[in-house]
Unconditional design. Sequence first.
Length: 120
Amino acid sequence: MPSRRTVVAGVVLVILAGCGLAPAPENEAAPTTRAAAPPGDVVTKSLKDVERFWGQKFPGLAGGKAFQAVRGGYHPYTERKPPPDCGGEQGVYQPNAFYCPSGDFIAWDAQSLIPQLQKA
């Protein structure tokens, strides 16, 4: 059974990818124009939703064991403010999102990745 952090990280990455990459069904009318939420808000709200879901479901799937949220926090980053170091490796800007097992944190590119996903 994968660790709960691996499950959460996988779900978060799927959510981040789903922030705009899935095409709308062809028979669906075009959505009205709306202002995009700030990138940090979208990701933070998504992460809170994922934690809430697993907080409820995990004990039933893990024999009563409680779900533990990521302890190292959530870190949006940019070229000027790179991600935290992970596993002894210096944080370097990349337009990506990742989970750091040694620091037990999730980091994502708030400069390019999330805005591109929102735009798409």
